[in-house]
Design a protein around this ligand. Structure first.
Ligand code: MLT
Ligand code: ZN
Length: 463
């Protein structure tokens, strides 16, 4: 990196937005898991869209690659400058620009944390459909870039499903902005859909217009112990088909529950140990609120659980502390796994009928290539989304990934559900995408980023 580029970056933004102190940069060049550690000559923190555009334009002119980054909570290495790229942090674009109650929408800067957007929606009597354990750090722009899903995809869909408009800086520094939030708008290509999940390779998202959801009046959470994984998968399907208010269905297994209890000093959630655990959340009216003396979510959930096959024990709660205590066994999986060492993280999807055989096959397949490793499986079972985390696989991480991704592909599944392809999975993209599709992806990339400077080392396989 020449001093000339640093000068150009300092000219493009305020010089104080260009950070070069190695101590300050450390927190930007290493991912949350510790698996991806990069390096950069500068972290640039623009304060507004015009500054982002100026940085991108300067980089395009001088053919300097950059990696956009939000809250640095990504899990696939897509926000880390692994090849010495300039790090473009969007955290400075942190304004809630509008909460439009009449339209049920909000416009926010890309650097707003998901939790802050959720609080702003809640203060207006509304909600935001995407929620995830990293809500306080993960930024809205980052969740657009990865098309994050999180805990309530079952009810509200993924991040792409929330998007009504985006503002983004394309690879030549031009700004595309379409934030009016019209509920119906078929005037050409839907750039929000294209940019969602593009992992900063096509444009740098600077602001988004999202739909908000009606506020939830009452909710109940249940943690259910079941006799087998097939029972848990069947229970999730029965609940999804039978309960219109089902908002979440999460699968956990005994090793993960035990680890969370040890790492977070929690007591057992249920009596005894069970082959599979299902955490479910049901939303609805408070009891009697519909004027007809109807049941609230707790009664609805209790009735539904009583009718499920394979249930050995269950704990239900509808008060906030009780709900949060049950959710902790699921939400704290990620941090607990990190206490066992740097994890190899995969997030894959298979169809419900393939899910039990996949869950059974993975630990043995991992052991065959990494005998010392531990495999942790959990995830968003209603979508068939399994998080496969492997610790103790130092030196054989890629063999582990190759093994698991092939099990997924054999079952017609997806190797990347909600964390993105990043740098971690790009070489396996052909397991899911044909040569013709990848060629089309490259042509889109060339059109929107002609200089090839936007996150050039993620998503598409190296040529
Ligand atoms: C989650 O759902 O908790 C994360 O996406 C999974 C992970 O940490 O692997
Ligand atoms: Zn997840």
């Amino acid at each position: 990196m020449s001093n000339q580029v640093l000068t150009i970056l300092r000219d493009a933004v305020d010089a104080t937005c260009v950070l070069t102190d190695p101590d300050v940069m450390t927190g930007y060049v290493r991912d949350w898991t510790g698996r991806f550690v990069g390096r950069t000559a500068a972290v640039v923190r623009p304060a507004n869209t015009a500054q982002v555009a100026a940085v991108v334009q300067a980089c395009a002119q001088h053919e300097v690659a950059l990696v956009p980054q939000g809250g640095n909570t990504g899990l696939a290495g897509g926000g880390v400058p692994t090849r010495g790229e300039i790090l473009l942090s969007l955290r400075g674009l942190s304004d809630i620009l509008q909460v439009d109650v009449a339209a049920g929408q909000a416009t926010v800067g890309a650097g707003v944390p998901v939790g802050v957007l959720r609080e702003a929606a809640s203060a207006a009597g509304l909600g935001y459909g995407v929620d995830l354990a990293s809500r306080d750090s993960a930024t809205v722009g980052g969740t657009v870039a990865t098309n994050a899903g999180g805990l309530r995809v079952l009810r509200y869909g993924d991040t792409r499903a929330q998007l009504l408009g985006v503002e983004a800086v394309l690879g030549d520094g031009s700004v595309v902005s379409h934030l009016a939030g019209l509920a119906r708008d078929n005037t050409g290509y839907h750039l929000p859909s294209l940019l969602a999940g593009s992992e900063g390779t096509l444009g740098v998202v600077t602001a988004v217009r999202v739909r908000l959801t009606p506020a939830t009046r009452a909710r109940a959470v249940g943690l259910i112990g079941l006799a087998s994984v097939p029972d848990a998968v069947a229970a999730a399907s029965l609940l999804r088909n039978g309960l219109p208010g089902l908002a979440a269905a999460e699968l956990m297994l005994p090793p993960g529950i035990d680890l969370v209890m040890r790492a977070c000093r929690l007591s057992p959630p249920l009596r005894g140990t069970h082959a599979a655990y299902l955490l479910v959340e049901v939303t609805g009216d408070a009891p009697g609120e519909d004027g007809a003396g109807g049941n609230g979510p707790l009664d609805i959930l209790a009735d539904a659980v009583a009718g499920l096959p394979g249930v050995a024990d269950a704990s239900l709660a509808d008060d906030r502390p009780g709900r949060e205590a049950l959710w902790a066994y699921r939400e704290r999986h990620t941090e607990s796994i990190n206490t066992c060492g740097t994890p190899v993280k995969m997030d894959v999807t298979v169809t419900p009928d393939a899910l039990p055989s996949f869950v059974e096959a993975v630990p043995a397949a991992v052991r065959a290539v990494a005998p010392e490793a531990s495999t942790w499986l959990f995830g968003h079972v209603a979508e068939g989304n399994v998080h496969v985390n492997v610790t103790g696989a130092a030196g054989v991480g890629e063999r582990v990934e190759d093994t698991v991704f092939r099990l997924v592909a054999e079952r017609g599944g997806s190797i990347s559900t909600e964390h993105g392809i990043g740098t971690a999975k790009r070489r396996w993209l052909p397991l899911n995408r044909s040569p013709a599709e990848i060629a089309a992806f490259r042509r889109i990339k060339q059109a929107l980023d002609p200089a090839g400077i936007l996150n050039p080392n993620v998503l598409l396989p190296a040529l």
